[in-house]
Design a protein around this ligand. Structure first.
Ligand code: BGC
Length: 342
């Protein structure tokens, strides 16, 4: 099902698609292939919307939170908004001082994607596609990207990313959903519990740019190998969690990397991915100007992001895994958020 959601600045229509399967339902916008709502049952059988979202297209078009959006060509930061590929230096948009965050204003998240409703293995699915031309935002290559959401009866939101380019380029896509499993947007996620199979994290400087060091999580507030609440040690980290953590058992294959849960709703969310790391971002910059879709004001730590991706600023660090996408390769990644109750 689709309904008109709003307009792009050029007047194009933005649609909101809704799919459901059993007790689960998902709304995705053509703007940014954005997850606007995700409803799952709590342990009492009540339906809870577990992601933050806005009510209007204007808010999405002007936001700096990236609520639920599909971010690309390259998620997170690139120092000095420049990188070198095949001996050519490319200058991309700087939108955070000298640096680039989430690829600037030409990011895929601010584009109106083409959409298609599908059935995949009997599950309702939404396939979004977008093109970006050679040189757009400063990146090389004409690229075509698809982002497909599949909703299964057993509570999985499967996100499949695919991309091709006609010239060597770089690519690192993510989904920027803010999860709040209590469904009460006036309560923070600091009482939610997290477990992550991660033994390392990426050290960053005061501008959130990687220093190049990848450090052990042992004896730090980044060690989530056993469950900890997000609030327990957050004060040990100036500003809160906004760091990349690397998975201990990364193989490139789809595998489970952790669990996130809320004792109030007793909703558990498993995280599975093919990617090597995720940006753990505890919603530190959500402000009261971010009006939630239920009309309430946004609060700091009102949601947390698990942005599965490759390491930030990868092109500028030889010791980070490359995010180069060659013209004869296909970018292909999957992340799954799987919901259940306990
Ligand atoms: C970044 C944060 C940023 C947030 C919203 C995250 O991916 O790491 O620093 O505030 O996105 O823009």
């Amino acid at each position: 099902m689709k309904e008109l959601f709003g307009k792009m600045k050029n007047g194009d229509d933005i649609y909101k698609y809704s799919i459901e399967n059993g007790e689960y339902s998902l709304n995705v916008l053509t703007l940014g292939a954005t997850i606007q709502s995700l409803k799952v049952p709590n342990s009492k059988g009540e339906i809870v919307d577990v992601v933050l979202g806005y009510k209007t297209a204007e808010e999405y078009l002007n936001c700096s939170t990236y609520y639920g959006m599909c971010v690309g060509r390259v998620a997170n930061r690139i120092k000095g908004a420049k990188f070198t590929l095949n001996n050519v230096e490319y200058k991309i948009e700087n939108n955070e001082g000298e640096n680039s965050l989430h690829s600037g204003y030409s990011s895929f998240c601010f584009k109106n994607w083409k959409s298609q409703e599908l059935l995949i293995n009997d599950n309702p699915a939404l396939k979004f596609s977008v093109k970006s031309y050679d040189g757009e935002g400063g990146f090389p290559g004409n690229v075509e990207v698809t982002c497909t959401y599949i909703l299964t009866k057993d509570g999985q939101v499967v996100i499949n990313y695919e991309g091709i380019t006609d010239k060597d380029t770089i690519m690192n896509l993510t989904n920027h959903s803010y999860f709040n499993l209590g469904g009460d947007y006036q309560k923070t996620i600091l009482d939610h519990k997290l477990q992550l199979d991660s033994d390392k994290y990426v050290e960053v400087d005061e501008t959130a740019i990687p220093t190049g060091n990848i450090l052990s999580t042992k004896k730090t507030a980044f060690d989530f190998n056993v469950f900890h609440t997000l609030g327990e040690r957050i004060n040990q980290i100036p500003g809160g969690y906004d760091h990349t953590v690397c998975f201990s058992r990364y193989t490139g294959q789809l595998s489970k990397v952790g669990d996130f849960r809320c004792d109030r709703s007793k909703i558990n969310m498993e995280i599975l991915t093919t990617m090597p790391s995720l940006q753990l971002y505890s919603g530190n910059f959500i402000s009261q100007n971010d009006i939630n879709k239920d009309g309430s004001k946004g609060i700091k730590n009102g949601g947390v992001c698990f942005e599965t991706q490759f390491l930030p600023d990868s092109p500028n660090h030889d010791n980070f895994q490359s995010i180069e996408l060659k013209s004869d390769e296909k970018y292909q990644h999957t992340t799954i958020y799987k919901f259940s109750t306990y």
